[in-house]
Structure formats: C-alpha cells, structure tokens
Design a protein around this ligand. Structure first.
Ligand SMILES: Cc1cc2nc3c(=O)[nH]c(=O)nc-3n(C[C@H](O)[C@H](O)[C@H](O)COP(=O)(O)O)c2cc1C
Length: 188
C-alpha cells in the first residue's frame, strides 16, 4: 500500500514538471533567451572591409535574429591587430565599438541575443610575457564587447587556434623541453 502511494505521488510530480521545448523562452540568471536555438560561431566571408563590418554582415545577422535563432555567437573576432588575417573581424580598437553597437542594437531589436567570440587566431609559440599580454588583450576586448552591447563573450579555444596549445598535449610538448615534460609527467 505504501509503495502504491509513493508511486502515485511520483507520478503526480512527474506530470507537474513543466515541459519545455526548443522554442520556449528561457531565463538564464541575467539573460533572457527567446528560445534555445543558438547559431554556432562561424567566421563569415565578406564581413570586414577597411576596418568596418560590411552591409552583408549586418543583413546576415538581421536575417538570423529575425527568424528562429535566439542567440547568435559571432565568428571569431581578433583581439589583436593580426596583419595576416586582414579580412577577419576585429575588436582590438575602441573605434570599432560604434559599428558593433549598431550590430547588437539590430539583433536586440529582433528579440535575440548576441555573444562575441574572441580570440587570437594564429597558432604559434609564445613566451610567458606574451601570455600576460594575451590576458590584457582579452580583457580589453571583453570590455569593448560589453560597451558595444554584446550579451556575453565566448573565448575561442578550439583546435586550430592559439589557446588550444594549452590543452592539446601534442602541441604543448612541442613548446616544452624534455626536462619539463618529465616533470609534468611526474606531477600528473
Ligand atoms: C566556415 C566555418 C567557420 C567557422 N568559424 C568558427 C569560429 O569562428 N569559431 C569557432 O569556434 N568555430 C568555428 N567553426 C566551427 C563551427 O562553429 C562548428 O563547431 C562546426 O562547424 C561543427 O558544427 P557542425 O557539425 O554543426 O557543422 C566554423 C565552422 C565553419 C564551417
């Protein structure tokens, strides 16, 4: 009998759990999402010309946010002035804030959110000093993103970019000498 009552209580509880689907509104602590659809970060071609976001870029983000994308994560935006990737969107100067503000206003007007993905693109050996420089570049870029009205930032650290060196063992080993490798192994 007790088991039956317990089962009934459980069934009532399960029934009363609010079911949400992909298209339901959701509230994170500080952020309201019109649904749970995210656009993954994708570097767009034709995004950045002569230090400005292009009309094609604005139109693309307008289209996405008007439709069923609740949150757009931008493609990687450079936090430093990397000459090699001239056509990549960058957020390394205050003068770019205005253009990004226009972008975030557009997306917010359509009821969606927008997250800025930040990163240094190039994968290369770096010194300890450069690591600290990197911290500052990230912090400055994050402040600019906040001023421009982005709802958050994402740090790009996937397998092709610089930060992946810190978690991919094979590329980390290249940067360390053998003594350090053995010490790391001992520590592990
Ligand atoms: C053209 C292109 C550009 C991309 N740019 C980025 C990027 O800027 N940052 C990032 O983290 N991932 C980037 N990605 C990876 C995607 O966000 C995604 O993780 C990947 O395409 C796997 O998802 P899928 O299986 O749905 O395609 C890119 C992918 C493509 C195809």
């Amino acid at each position: 009998m007790l088991k039956l009552i317990f089962l009934l209580i459980l069934l009532v509880q399960i029934h009363s759990i609010e079911k949400k689907d992909l298209f339901d509104e959701t509230q994170f602590k500080y952020l309201k999402l019109k649904n749970r659809v995210f656009r993954a970060p994708v570097i767009d071609c034709e995004s950045w010309v002569n230090g400005k976001l292009t009309d094609v870029f604005y139109r693309r983000y307008d289209e996405l946010s008007k439709n069923e994308v609740g949150t757009i994560i931008t493609g990687q935006m450079l936090i430093s002035d990397d000459k090699e990737y001239e056509n990549m969107v960058r957020i390394n100067k205050d003068e770019y804030i205005e253009g990004f503000k226009k972008l975030t206003d557009l997306v917010h007007k359509n009821g969606a959110n927008i997250i800025a993905q930040l990163g240094p693109f190039r994968k290369t050996d770096i010194t300890k000093d450069q690591i600290h420089e990197l911290e500052n570049l990230f912090a400055d870029a994050a402040v600019r993103a906040q001023k421009a009205g982005f709802d958050g930032i994402e740090i790009c650290a996937n397998h092709h970019v610089l930060l992946s060196q810190f978690y991919l063992l094979y590329s980390t080993i290249e940067m360390m000498n053998m003594e350090e490798v053995m010490k790391t192994e001992q520590d592990l």
